[in-house]
Write a protein that binds this ligand. Structure first.
Ligand SMILES: [Fe+2]
Length: 267
């Protein structure tokens, strides 16, 4: 295998919405069951995973029991996992409980000549997102300090519109600041998010803006109002090459969700 074909494999899992009890459901869906189903499928399909990237809304009920379930599932895998907060998460509790050598809330990870940068886009008490000045400063320092490393940036909220107006009221408020910040850094190859519970793949300049299905329920693309979609849960594989190339694809479970209630007006 030549240097240009050898690649790193990053699994993105997002919007797990775990509940305190692994038997509990939301919108009729057992979120713990489907998180495990997606994780098991991903690991069966990819034997050599270098990093698992969890991009927020890890818990719908952000309590010890929810995060402990997650830790119990990930810690034995022998794969580094980094956990970012979503609007439903308790970041302080995440940082307290998801704090092992293997599973933690690190914001910067180096894999060969790539750096993966995780940002906190949470506004406490709000479903919307914002990158605080300290997050933008952290990103700038990562990019300035490691100009020879290709960069993958991750956060929970989306920074480009989805064309789903209710969802876009909750995108990163100051996304223009993010886009302006990364523009002078050609090593930035992609920005990956969760939150939107659907696929996004838009290229802006030389940067791919990626969104990923939830491991549980999905939102209907281009819907002007809250709407649950029948699409199956899934994950994203991101392959990072030494020459800066990035390949990615989404894979979904082969069957639709069992128990999904489509007639909800919110969650
Ligand atoms: Fe979510």
């Amino acid at each position: 295998m030549t240097l240009t074909t050898k690649c790193l494999s990053v699994l993105q899992l997002t919007d797990l919405h775990l509940l305190a009890s692994p038997d509990a459901t939301m919108l009729g869906v057992n979120t713990a069951h489907y998180f495990h189903a997606v994780l098991d499928m991903a690991l069966a399909e990819h034997s050599a995973v270098d990093l698992i990237l969890l991009t927020g809304d890890l818990a719908q009920e952000p309590c010890r029991a929810s995060y402990q379930q997650l830790l119990n599932s990930l810690n034995p895998l022998d794969i580094p996992c980094i956990c970012l907060p979503g609007n439903h998460d308790d970041y302080a509790l995440m940082q307290q409980l998801l704090a092992t050598t293997q599973v933690n809330c690190r914001k910067q990870v180096f894999l060969n000549n790539w750096q993966i940068i995780g940002l906190n886009s949470q506004i406490a008490g709000s479903p919307s997102g914002r990158l605080a000045d300290q997050e933008l400063a952290f990103l700038a320092s990562c990019l300035n300090d490691y100009p020879r490393h290709h960069a993958l940036i991750a956060m929970h909220h989306h920074c480009l519109p989805t064309q789903s107006s209710w969802m876009d009221t909750m995108m990163i408020e100051n996304s223009q600041e993010l886009l302006a910040l990364i523009k002078p850094f050609p090593q930035v190859k992609a920005v990956v998010c969760g939150h939107i519970h659907q696929v996004m793949d838009i290229t802006t300049g030389s940067v791919r803006m990626l969104g990923t299905p939830s491991t549980c329920f999905q939102f209907t693309p281009a819907s002007p109002h809250f709407s649950i979609d029948k699409a199956a849960p899934g994950y994203r594989l991101i392959q990072l090459y030494a020459n800066g190339r990035l390949d990615t694809r989404v894979t979904r479970l082969p069957r639709p969700l069992v128990g999904l209630q489509l007639d909800n007006e919110g969650y």
